[in-house]
Write a protein that binds this ligand. Sequence first.
Ligand code: CO8
Length: 256
Amino acid sequence: MSWDTVRLEWDGDVATLTVDRPDALNALNVETLEAMGEALEEAADEGARVLVLTGAGDAFIAGADIKYMRELSAEAAQDWGELGHDVADALKAFPAPTVAAVNGYAFGGGCEMALACDLRVAAESALIGNTEIDLGIIPGWGATQRLPRLVGDETARRMIFLGERLDAASAAEAGLFGEVVPDDDLTDVVGELADRLAAQPAFAMQTAKQAINQGLEGSQESGLAYEKRAFASLFGTHDQREGMAAFVEDRDPEFE
Ligand code: CO8
């Protein structure tokens, strides 16, 4: 499938989803969110081992499309909220690891899409923040829940209450980015990370991701219970036997 404002490209088993509306700094409108949802479904169906999310041009995603949003009724905003949540949830539940390659502005809904990814690598010129308060609204696609879990309560409250726009180094210090790299190196660094992730045993990777999600998106108690079940379910799989045999036999494993 192809879309006007989203590109899905493959490099081996690594799928890259690029939001491609550079004239609007990749702001997310209905068409783009729907396309993202379809592209994520396609990438999952075709067995992506890693999904990279990035933006075309100088921005990652400058947020939800304010020009579309400004006249919405409360009822329409409910549907709009659901649509963005569906995409963020699809990223969160994607069956393989997801990496946000934050190449520039990541504000509002853009920050929220990055938060819904498993890992975040930023270009040093990137700026990120939940700036919704400046528009008289609050984050509506997950940041009130996901940001505090990532950066801690105090920092998240400051960011959301003050609409702070953090530079990449400050965001990394807060725990929002795992890595900050020179702008020109972002694609290569994310590509290397994606290749390393893609080489890991897929079923164990998916299970680890689900266990972490379960704990972070629900209570710690339910997460620990899930971990107990999930951990046990990996025993007897090819990759568990092979991984442990390889350790004992002092050789590299050959995962399925
Ligand atoms: N929406 C629509 N258009 C945008 C957006 C946006 N979020 N951001 C930029 N654009 C457009 C501009 O209007 C401009 O278009 P045009 O050329 O037609 O005038 C073009 O992109 C370039 O933008 P600028 O000229 O402003 O570029 P600058 O380099 O001067 O500034 C900034 C870049 C700093 C990123 C600036 O554009 C900006 O502040 N943008 C808005 C950022 C923002 O506030 N984002 C949060 C939006 S709210 C949100 O995301 C809520 C999510 C949850 C919704 C849930 C609802 C239920």
